[in-house]
Design a protein around this ligand. Structure first.
Ligand SMILES: C[S@@+](CC[C@H](N)C(=O)[O-])C[C@H]1O[C@@H](n2cnc3c(N)ncnc32)[C@H](O)[C@@H]1O
Length: 510
């Protein structure tokens, strides 16, 4: 990618114009809420499916908001006269946000999408034309091949990572593979210093625009692959990356194809993150991983975890290799092109999987917490069920509980006090009409929305936990109630208590 192609992007040196543009966008209510109100939920949702007709119909008027939606989201040329009423037209043309298209119309040079921050902030995500909604195969992808260096806007993966990121105030954060800058924008709210990297110089330029247009402090932007742009003596309190995790035959689209073969890019990212973290720091990634014939996928992932780190790895979805190839062929808009070319690409994808003995692909989250503990804890699990975002606090408290459990042997656990987490309910499962349940399930309605089977002692124990009595005292009372030997009960129950604490059903009370 030559720097000359950056010439088609708005200038990052015209802070005055960016500030005026931001004021104009806000004054017109070009915000996430304003957009939803104008378009209505169905048209808004249709945009995410790359369907623009409902939004075009909803913006046929000439209010300032309709003008901005047509210009920056739907890439419609708009007459000067209409734009002049809403934006500082000449300044925006001069700074490269708008281009004159001939006649008496102007068009946007980039997509700008309103994006609501977690505290109600009105932010704007800048991306390449046609990429604000629907990805590379989206609105702008129709009928054209996506450019290798194209920079996408906000996707489902972007918001997932933003939601699971631990948001405690930190000194330094690194957003690796920043793209539109969305993760850096979030990090700027709770990190004193934010470093954002990308191999694609176009992405760095666009990330700078996103931060400036959103009114956020500038980040330290660095070009390079993986941790290359980070000096040997630099470490961070938080590292986040929504990397180019797609496992594909060859590097075609920079935003998604890591180009390192198989899942090597994600593995390298995880392995190298450990030594880039400060003690107590978190690294959080989205990733795809191979399920290889003859290998346990969980063991494979465990082997990626760097020394000194606890890890929590959650597999959210598994796709077979055909579903996977089709997903990414469609993402690039290949299904709308030449049939023979589509089939050749599909074939190449399956050849690649065959050669690597890949049977399926897992999608999920990887969180590392650097503790330098002598006995690191690595949890690899499958949880494909709905969760309640944002999960940043859930991730942080997961690692707190891991620390607690590591520091407490069974005797200490029985001396401990616990409280039942908020919004846990008990479900009894069994045949209709049966007197006793076949089993009892505890279900959390918050966070990971976990459900776990317990026996009647476990359910009774959890029900009594309000922080008053020690675990051992509660077990003694249950033993008396059910006529069981208290010593045996104290002996066999800690494993169940550990699981309930680890999964967040019980919280250490003191
Ligand atoms: C899936 S996009 C994520 C963009 C953004 N962070 C988000 O969450 O939406 C991946 C980004 O990683 C960048 N990238 C690709 N290969 C990379 C590498 N080897 N090192 C660093 N960044 C890379 C791409 O240019 C792209 O901007």
């Amino acid at each position: 990618m030559s720097n000359s192609s950056l010439a088609t992007l708005p200038s990052i040196d015209r802070a005055d114009v960016t500030a005026r543009l931001r004021d104009a966008l806000l004054a017109a209510n070009f915000t996430a809420d304003g957009l939803l109100e104008l378009l209505g939920a169905p048209a808004y949702a249709a945009l995410a499916r790359s369907e623009t007709v409902p939004a075009l119909r909803a913006t046929r008027g000439d209010t300032p908001l309709e003008t901005l939606v047509r210009l920056f989201l739907l890439q419609q040329p708009v007459p000067h006269a209409r734009v002049e009423d809403v934006l500082p037209l000449d300044a925006c043309v001069d700074a490269g946000w708008l281009v004159r298209t001939g006649g008496d119309e102007v068009a946007a040079a980039v997509d700008v999408r309103p994006y609501g921050g977690p505290g109600g902030e009105d932010w704007f995500i800048v991306s390449d034309l046609g990429c604000a909604v629907g990805g590379a195969g989206g609105i702008g992808g129709r009928g054209r091949q996506a450019d290798a260096a194209v920079v996408l806007g906000v996707g489902g993966a972007s918001t997932t990572l933003a939601g699971i990121t631990v948001r405690t105030p930190v000194g330094s954060a690194l957003d690796l593979g920043t793209g539109s800058g969305i993760q850096a924008l979030h990090a700027a709210q709770h990190a004193t210093r934010v470093t954002a990297t990308d191999v694609n110089p176009r992405a760095l330029h666009i990330a700078a625009l996103t931060l400036a247009l959103s009114g956020a402090p500038a980040a330290d932007l660095r070009q390079g692959s993986l941790f290359e742009p980070v000096r040997d003596d630099e470490t961070y309190d938080l590292i986040v990356s929504n990397p180019p995790f797609v496992i594909s035959p060859g590097a075609r689209l920079t935003y998604r194809d890591g180009g390192m073969g198989g899942d090597d890019l994600c593995r390298t990212l995880v392995q190298q993150a450990g030594e880039r973290l400060n003690e107590g720091g978190f690294a959080q990634f989205l990733a795809n991983w191979q399920h290889v014939e003859g290998e346990d996928w969980q063991d494979r992932l465990r082997s990626w975890v760097p020394r000194g780190c606890d890890a929590w790895i959650v597999q959210r979805e598994v796709q077979d290799i055909t579903q996977y190839a089709e997903l990414w062929l469609r993402d690039a808009g290949d299904h709308r092109g030449d049939t023979a070319e589509y089939q050749a690409r599909y074939d190449a994808w399956l050849d690649e999987f065959e050669a690597r003995k890949v049977r399926a692909i897992g999608f999920g989250w990887i969180a590392l917490h650097r503790t330098d503990a002598a006995e690191p804890s690595i949890t690899v699990e499958e949880w494909p069920h709905p969760v309640e975002q944002p999960l940043g606090d859930t991730v942080r408290t997961h690692f707190d509980r891991i620390d607690y459990l590591r520091a407490h042997d069974d005797a200490a656990l029985l001396a401990g006090h616990f409280r039942l987490a908020a919004e846990v309910v008990q479900e009894q499962v069994g045949l209709p009409g049966a007197e006793d349940p076949e089993h009892v399930v505890l279900r959390q309605n918050r966070g990971m929305r976990r459900a776990t089977k317990v026996d009647t002692v476990g359910a009774g124990f959890a029900g009594v936990c309000d922080g008053t009595l020690s675990a051992g005292r509660i077990l003694d009372a249950i033993a008396q109630l059910v006529g069981e030997d208290p010593v045996l009960l104290r002996d066999r129950t800690p494993a169940q208590i550990r699981l309930l604490v680890q999964q967040g059903f019980l919280e250490p009370a003191r």
